[in-house]
Design a protein around this ligand. Structure first.
Ligand code: IMP
Ligand code: MG
Length: 172
């Protein structure tokens, strides 16, 4: 049976997102960044984060599929949805639900760099550090964990639990 063990409550997430919003607003002050959410997981975090920014920003989404089984990215990645905006010469902030092996984020980051962005920074609600397979710098992390499979606040397991307000470790 699947069991959900609480990691962060909705209130704790709210506080963390507010802090991230302050920091990002200060760092990007004077610019109009393009905030790029990685579908599907980032949609909840992204909606909360942009409402904490005191800057004018543009919003776009990118979709990436990873082929393979189980709970780890295979590394065989392809775009399912490309950006709609022209991001050449723009400051870009990638927003991810979670960075695990780092392969998805590295793929998105390289894709955005190739399109000529002026700068590319990364914000992830969860930085899961224990299984990194490639170097990615998480410039803004809401919360760091070393391991475990997390669900809630946009994160799913086989499509379930995205709508939970808190974040949980899934034990099965
Ligand atoms: P990465 O390429 O291994 O860094 O992970 C990319 C994707 O795997 C994330 O964007 C999530 O969709 C999914 N993922 C990795 N770890 C978890 C987790 O603990 N819970 C839910 N999804 C996860
Ligand atoms: Mg994801």
């Amino acid at each position: 049976m699947e069991q959900l063990i609480p990691v962060l409550t909705g209130e704790q997430i709210e506080e963390k997102v507010a802090l991230l919003g302050k920091k990002i607003s200060a760092d990007f002050s004077g610019t109009e960044p393009v905030i790029v959410g990685v579908l599907n997981g980032a949609f909840v975090f992204m909606a909360d984060l942009v409402r904490q920014l005191t800057l004018e920003c543009f919003i776009d989404f990118i979709g990436v599929a990873s082929y393979g089984q189980g709970t780890e990215t295979s590394g065989d990645l392809s775009l399912t949805k490309d950006l709609e905006m022209d991001i050449a010469h723009k400051s870009v902030l990638i927003v991810e639900d979670i960075v695990d092996t780092g392969l998805t984020t590295a793929f998105v980051r390289d894709h955005i760099r190739k399109k000529g962005a002026q700068s590319v920074r990364l914000c992830a609600m969860i930085d899961k550090t224990g299984r990194r397979r490639t170097r990615v710098d998480v410039d803004y992390a809401g919360h760091r964990v070393s391991e475990g499979f997390l669900v809630g606040y946009g994160l799913d397991h086989a499509g379930k639990y995205r709508g939970r307000a808190g974040i949980y470790v899934l034990k099965s």
